[in-house]
Design a protein around this ligand. Structure first.
Ligand SMILES: [Zn+2]
Ligand SMILES: [Zn+2]
Length: 593
């Protein structure tokens, strides 16, 4: 067995565990193990046979046992059994139609059907009403859902990280290009698509149907197919002639509104050729939402980020120590990392008391002594209490390098009250950034009733930045709100809110979201060197003659920033803001230690 085959079986095991509604951590562990095995440079079968399976990252005793069985016998017995019982293709189709796994299994048993195709035939033959508990109304609902099943759209939407795992994995296995909503980095993905060029499409289509991620193919075409995953998410594969690849990729990427405003797409082997034939500059996928034919601005890149300003450690609900988080950040090439653990009012997890904050400060000082010139910042994610006060005394907050203010409890407050609460916190002199400003949880909880326009005004006047939180469930601010914030002259910070070293990877999601809001490096505070960020006062303009935040990283960079802004303003894409006129100031002070 080679690594790819082993990885496929582990992925399949994760999929059936998911069907059986197993513990999400176990499911994730199997997915990670599959990834590790796939990427491993050594033959994993040999390693496992030699009893050294646990030397692989993320392989614990449980998974090692499965690997031994797989290598010794060529299969995982429990997987085979679960696959027989759970009929993943039926469950996938059922979930796609809006039925729970249990419900679809009950229906399949009652009708004695064993595949998605048989279920469809039974429904067409009017046999659904034979199932106990299915009346004419439910039958009609299922029949109409089956009739519209060719729409490759997930009604409930998938978080961006999961969508990337899925689409990225399928694209890798088919040597295809990810397209659809993930390529535009939508915060909730409905349209999952990949595109693969081939003169003869049959082999690609066949391979697609065999992928462990795809449990049933619900639509077959000559050059396309729609498959569903075990969670019922449809994925569309397009296999154009190589001379049409660029055209097909643009179509599959969308958005429909963006494409509709372009002239009919000419044939092209890649996107550059298609855009050139249209006479339109190439457009980053993140900006392909509303119609746009202009020259795109130089959007911020992950490589421009110099540090993460929001993460957790075992002092609150993080999984590793200050030192481990700091080493992980340094290994990414960062220059700094702010440790922002919770305060007591957060409730569900432990929060830091003033005494804890000072003890953590000593630990941070020790880590800084070891890792210098890398710098760990003493930060906090301080709860904003219902009355707008902060959850730590002023003298403690004043000691810190970086204070994030957050609303956690009481999100259902009426708009006026909530806005006043957050405004009050922004006026506190220690606060540098507002975390996950709208409090939304994608597909779970709507934004709170905050008056964002008002908050942008206060943030600008107070010199407080707004966060683009990279947690896949949050992505808060959203791209749209980022654009509004930048128009209002408020800088943003792209952070991950990481609770483990792996969580730092979510910087990609934070940056993509900022890019969807047309952010350039000049708009993102943590593209700047440390001395431009910390140890400087934030003051409303006029209080002193400090340097504007936009000019803090050298004259050349500043000129560059102005040019970008002017160029963007000329195209009418963003209200032009000269950094010198902004009412925000950051006074630079030499740092000690
Ligand atoms: Zn938070
Ligand atoms: Zn946090």
């Amino acid at each position: 067995m080679d690594n790819a085959e082993i990885a496929d079986r582990l992925d399949a095991f994760a999929a059936v565990l998911e069907l059986g509604d197993a513990n999400p951590y176990t499911i994730r562990a199997y997915r990670r193990a599959a990834e590790t095995v796939r990427d491993s440079a050594v033959p994993v079968a040999e390693l496992v046979a030699a009893g050294r399976g646990r030397e692989l990252r993320g392989i614990g005793a449980g998974i090692e046992g499965r690997l031994r069985e797989l290598v010794a016998t060529g299969q995982i017995a429990e997987l085979a059994e679960l696959e027989r019982d759970l009929v993943p293709d039926l469950v996938g189709l059922g979930r796609y139609l809006g039925l729970s796994a249990q419900r679809v299994i009950d229906i399949a048993r009652a009708l004695d059907v064993h595949s998605a195709g048989e279920l469809r035939e039974a429904a067409a033959a009017g046999r659904l009403r034979e199932v106990p508990g299915i009346g004419p109304k439910t039958e009609a609902q299922i029949a109409s859902a089956l009739a519209r099943e060719t729409e490759a759209r997930s009604p409930q939407g998938v978080w961006l990280n999961r969508a990337w795992d899925l689409v990225g994995g399928i694209a890798r296995d088919l040597d295809a290009e990810p397209a659809g909503d993930v390529r535009r980095w939508c915060d909730s993905c409905h349209q999952l698509a990949v595109v693969r060029a081939a003169s003869r499409p049959d082999a690609v289509l066949a391979r697609f149907a065999e992928l462990p991620q795809i449990v049933a193919v619900i639509e077959h075409g000559e050059r396309h197919a729609v498959g569903v995953t075990v969670d019922g998410v449809p994925v569309e594969l397009t296999v154009p002639e190589p001379s049409w690849f660029g055209t097909a990729l643009m179509r599959a990427t969308g958005s429909p509104d963006y494409l509709a405003a372009l002239k009919p797409l000419p044939a092209g082997p890649n996107e550059d050729a298609v855009y050139a034939a249209l006479g339109v500059p190439w457009c980053p996928p993140e900006l392909r939402e509303a119609p746009f034919c202009g020259e795109p601005p130089p959007l911020v890149e992950v490589e421009q980020i110099r540090g993460d300003l929001h993460c957790h450690t075992t002092w609150s609900d993080g999984r590793v120590s200050v030192a481990e988080m700091a080493r992980a950040a340094r290994a990414r090439g960062y220059e700094y990392l702010a440790i922002c653990d919770h305060t007591p009012a957060v409730g569900a997890v432990q929060g830091l008391t003033p005494d804890d904050v000072r003890r953590q400060g000593e630990e941070i000082a020790a880590v800084n002594a070891e890792l210098s010139p890398f710098r760990v910042l003493r930060g906090i994610e301080c709860d904003i209490l219902p009355d707008g006060r902060l959850d730590l005394p002023d003298d403690v907050l004043a000691e810190l390098d970086w204070v994030q203010a957050s609303v956690h409890g009481g999100q259902r407050m009426p708009g006026a009250e909530m806005t006043k609460r957050v405004e009050e916190a922004l006026r506190h002199p220690a606060v540098r950034c507002l975390s996950h400003p709208t409090g939304r949880l994608i597909n779970r909880r709507p934004e709170n009733a905050l008056d964002l326009e008002r908050i942008f005004d206060v943030a600008r006047a107070q010199g407080v930045a707004l966060e683009v939180n990279g947690l896949p469930a949050r992505l808060d601010l959203s791209g749209e709100h980022v654009r509004d914030a930048l128009r209002a002259g408020v800088p943003i910070v792209c952070s991950t809110d990481a609770h483990s070293p792996a969580g730092l990877d979510n910087i990609t999601l934070a940056i993509a979201t900022a890019r969807r809001g047309w952010a350039t490096a000049a708009d993102v505070l943590n593209t700047r060197p440390l001395e431009a960020l910390v140890g400087c006062d934030r003051r409303p303009a006029g209080e002193h003659s400090g340097r504007p935040w936009g000019a803090s990283h050298g004259a050349a960079a500043s000129r560059e920033g102005h040019r970008e802004r002017r160029a963007v303003g000329d195209r009418g894409q963003r209200k032009c803001g000269n950094a010198d006129q902004r009412s925000m100031s950051w006074r630079v002070r030499v740092l000690v230690g």
